[in-house]
Structure formats: C-alpha cells, structure tokens
Design a protein around this ligand. Sequence first.
Ligand code: NAD
Ligand code: TYD
Length: 361
Amino acid sequence: MQQDSNRTPRKILITGGAGFIGSNFVHHWCKSYPSDRVVVLDALTYAGNKLNLASLESNPNLKFVQGDICDRTLVDNLLESEDLDTVAHFAAESHVDRSILGPGAFVQTNVVGTFTLLEAFRQRWNKREQPQSDCFLHVSTDEVYGSLEADDPAFTETTPYTPNSPYSASKAGSDHLARAYFHTYGMPTIITNCSNNYGPYHFPEKLIPLMCINILLGKPLPVYGDGQNIRDWLFVEDHCRALDIVIHRGKPGETYNVGGNNEVKNIDLVKQLCELMDELAPDLPVRPAKKLITFVKDRAGHDRRYAIDASKIKRELGWTPQETVAGGLRRTVEWYLANRDWWQPLLSDEYKSYYQKVYSK
Ligand code: NAD
Ligand code: TYD
C-alpha cells in the first residue's frame, strides 16, 4: 500500500486480533504502519490463537492483552491508558454451526460485547473532545442480509436486514447498535459487511480449512445438503486492505459492503480444493481426493446464496479485490501444506467433540 507522508499515526485497538481475520489485519497494520501503537484485545476462545501473532512477538509497538470485550473496566482502562483513537472490532463468535448448537455465547459476545465497546469508546471519545478523525470500525458480515434466490440481485448497503441464523441475528443486532451510536451521539462509527473470507490462520472448523485438512488426513469431506449453496469468496488480505482504506478514508456513519465478486457453489469449491491438493500434496492418503466427497444432512436453516455488490466501496474509496479465487485458493492450500505445525495441535479433544456433534447427525 502506498504510504501517505502526511498521515497522522493512529493508536488502534484491534479486538479479536488473535482470530482468523483479526490476526491477518494485525499483520497488515503492523507492516503498513510500523510506527502506530497497536493494542490487541482477545479472549483466546477456541478460535483465538496467540501463535497467529508469533512473528510479531518482539514488536515493541504491539501489545497483546488477553481479555473479554464484555469486561467494561478492562476496556475503559485500555482506552484510557493507551489513549486509543481507533477501534477495529473483529471479536465475535463467528461460526454459524456453533450458533445453532448454542446461541447464548453469540448474544453475549456479539451483542453485549459490541455494546460494551461502543459505550466505553463513547465515554473516551467525549473526554477526547469528540475528534471526527477517531474511528470505531465495526467489522460485520453479509449474512445479516439473509439469503438470495438464484436470480436475485446482489446485496447492496440498502438491502433490508433479514438474518436467518443466531450468528447473523446477533451480528445484525450489533450492526444496529453501531449505526445508532453515529445517529444518536454523532460518534464516528463505520460498518463493513463482508462476504466469506479465506486464507492463512483460518480455524479448521470452517469450510475451506476443514476440507484442506480432511483431504490431508484422508477423511470424508462433508458437503451439506445438495452442495449447491453459493458463497461469494474473498481472500483475507483483500478484506484487510479494504478495512484499512475504510478507516483512513471512509465516511463516519456509513456502511460499506466488501466482497470478492466470486460466487462459487460449495460443491465446485470443494472439487477445486481436491484438484489443488492432488497437484500440490505428494503423499495424500486417498487419491484423487474427490473420492472423499460425502454429502451429509443439511445445516438447519442453511442460507442458499450470498452475493455482495461492492460497487460503493469501489466508487467512493477506490477499493477492488486483487486476488482471484484460483490464485487465492492455491495460496491457501500451499499455506496449509506448509503449516502442519499450526493446524495439527488445533485438532484437540474439544475440536473432536464439536466435530462429533455436528457431523454424526
Ligand atoms: P474468528 O472466530 O476466527 O475469530 C474471533 C476472535 O475473537 C477469536 O480470536 C476469539 O478468541 C475472539 N473473541 C471471541 N469472543 C471474544 C470476547 N468475548 N472477547 C474478546 N475476544 C473474543 O472470526 P473471524 O472469522 O476472524 O471473524 C472476525 C470478524 O469478521 C467477526 O466479527 C465476523 O463476524 C466478521 N466476518 C467474518 C467473515 C468470515 O468469512 N470469517 C466474513 C465477514 C465478516
Ligand atoms: P462456513 O465456512 O461455515 O461459512 P458460512 O456458513 O458462514 O457461509 O460454510 C461455508 C459454506 O459451506 C456454507 O454454505 C456451509 C457449507 N459447509 C459444508 O457444506 N460443509 C461443512 O463441513 C462446512 C463447515 C460448511
């Protein structure tokens, strides 16, 4: 990214910075703005992993704090002691299948946690005399818009919210709060609604890492329902660039949709992953890998199709994705092949018990 020599350094709180997108964003920010102060707040749930930030351990401008975004005292202390002016809020319970098994944690972290951060930031922002250059970026999902039929137009920023899962409903609630804090208090919040991400550090429960790892282990590849559900895939580094641009140039109170313009049916995506693994992994237990594809019982309330219209962020802020699905999937498969030491320890007893609950139906 091109550096702006007149740029004012920021002091940024990154919540959920040990998770998948959050950790990619921490790497992006530390590389792009090495003089900025970066504070990561993460509870290290099953999805958080300090190893995602291991290569930044000796960075004196980065501070990692293990803690809960619902802990108001902790958040107040961090905002004040570090004099933070920017929040990039990633922390969330993020997996639809887990939200079906137990929605409570989703309401707590996604709704109550976001509310706690917004209130703490409002108090701090008032004390800082309300600079409009401060920013509370609320990172959200396209899933709040509900499900599309095959020939519906893609989601725009004005598509009505119709969340269908406890996950998307809790994210919708948090989006509404972020929006209300701008409307009511003038606090500079910005919301982004992004499509499905993929890339390095993706926890092995989600579709793409789960398929990569099961292929490497010779285990069945569980495709829900008829495999015809469609997602719009975005390489995680493209998402991080979009969020960077939104923090620097986005307009307070606005929403920006972020998407890859890459609609793919689940079954086609899984087949592409199988082909890449056949090509790149020399010692697969089962070959060709597509022999492992197994159709399983559908997810309850499974949204059929998501698609993002990202023309606003392109038109107003000049962002477009740079990675193609073919290129991004290849990089992702190569990463999982090169980083067995990262994912192998994550297949813990907790992971196995979760797996059993979801896939033994
Ligand atoms: P993730 O599940 O990989 O990471 C979530 C992180 O938040 C973890 O490090 C976890 O430890 C932390 N966390 C959870 N509860 C917390 C709490 N109470 N306090 C502090 N930390 C807590 O999620 P992700 O895929 O990186 O998603 C990040 C954000 O982006 C989420 O808000 C999600 O809704 C949004 N999003 C994700 C995608 C996607 O495809 N993954 C797409 C669009 C938007
Ligand atoms: P997921 O990665 O859970 O993201 P989301 O549900 O938030 O879009 O799943 C992506 C798609 O893949 C979704 O349509 C559900 C499907 N899927 C499977 O078919 N099998 C699986 O084992 C998983 C985890 C997902």
